[in-house]
Design a protein around this ligand. Structure first.
Ligand code: NAD
Length: 320
């Protein structure tokens, strides 16, 4: 199958591209960033801006994909610094992807939504169908993107589906998300021996290890349409406090110095997100089941991060 991945130059794309290739797919990328060194051979890399409609239409026309994984976006913390640009990239960009999919007969658009669609005050566990009142521009654009995709599905018959990811953790680059403190505890903790988290130790949000997140994308994108009762699904794996993550790192990285200094802006975003998600619809409709809890993830990720640090040295900008 031919798959076009928008925004594949980031945290998810780094792990998604090799996985798609290993499954025998023909893969093309559309991203603002130049082709990175880690991009596997065999992937066609088109450089362009998702917020420029003509460029998106040209890319989709020339790649002629069967399926699009639409990842390109500006994430939560980064988005608050440039809210107008975030609207343009995240929402107009999504509209151009959907419109190009309609025009050039793409079978499916897969959307990567987020727990940032939720606002404060929701009683955990938080299900799929609750009032959505996000407090960030990122969350606003993701709610609107979900609705726009559902419009394209009901009016134009496009197969639109996706997940609301929790904060994702992998041995990769954090992308400016408010959940990045968890990954930095591992990466900076192991590379520099210390990290000061920008949240309180009690902060609790849902997280997921990248292998589970990628499997969720593949499994939902391949699920029979008849089995699905909705387009967008909550998916969950674990909801540790920041303190519990720090303890998991300390158990595996002796002597690491992890401290907390809450940054009011990012703390407010974290506090607006649900502590625990209800993902029972995903578990019922397409058999979603996470594999990694905090302990299993920590056991798996520590040697991987150590390997990356050793192979890439201490250089500024090392790909971890
Ligand atoms: N990483 C997470 O924890 C997380 C959680 C929930 C949802 N998501 C969603 O998953 C998707 C991918 O997330 P990620 O963590 O890989 O993000 P990232 O920030 O690491 O990567 C985003 C990619 O989009 C590209 N991009 C940004 N602006 C663009 C533009 N104007 N035109 C073309 N490309 C552009 C960037 O170059 C980058 O390669 C996003 O839609 C995000 O909202 C991520």
């Amino acid at each position: 199958m031919k798959i076009l991945v928008t925004g594949a130059g980031g945290q998810i794309g780094t792990d998604l591209l090799p996985m798609l290739l290993s499954r025998g797919h023909d893969v093309a990328v559309y991203d603002l960033a130049p082709r990175p060194d880690w991009c596997p051979a065999g992937v066609e890399w088109m450089r362009g801006d998702i917020s420029v409609s003509a460029e998106v239409f040209d890319a989709v026309k020339s790649a002629a994909p069967d399926r699009i994984f639409h990842l390109a976006a500006i994430l939560s913390a980064a988005g608050e610094a440039v809210p107008h640009r975030t609207w343009h990239v995240n929402l107009d960009g999504t509209r151009y992807v959907l419109e190009a999919a309609r025009l050039f007969e793409v079978q499916q658009v897969f959307y990567t939504s987020t727990i940032a669609v939720f606002g404060p005050g929701l009683e955990p566990p938080v299900g799929d169908d609750v009032p959505l009142h996000p407090t960030t521009m990122y969350g606003v654009t993701k709610v609107a993107g979900e609705l726009l995709g559902e419009y394209y599905e009901s009016v134009f018959g496009l197969d639109f589906r996706g997940v609301r990811f929790p904060g994702l953790i992998n041995a990769g680059i954090p992308g400016g998300g408010t959940s990045d403190y968890a990954l930095y505890m591992f990466v900076d903790g192991m590379r520099d021996g210390a990290y000061e988290a920008f949240c309180t130790p009690e902060s609790r949000i849902p997280f997921m290890y990248m292998p589970d997140a990628l499997r969720a994308m593949i499994e939902l994108s391949e699920a029979p349409k008849e089995a699905l009762t909705r387009s967008i699904y909550n998916i969950a794996a674990m909801s540790p406090t920041a303190q519990e993550i720090a303890d998991a790192v300390r158990e595996r990285v002796p002597g690491v110095n992890l401290t907390f200094k809450s940054d009011p802006k990012r703390q407010a975003i974290l506090d607006s997100w649900p502590a625990v998600l209800d993902d029972s619809n995903a578990r019922r409709d397409w058999g979603w089941k996470h594999e990694f809890d905090l302990a299993a993830m920590s056991d798996d990720i520590v040697p991987k991060i150590r390997e990356l640090i050793e192979s890439q040295g201490q250089a500024e900008g090392a790909h971890v």
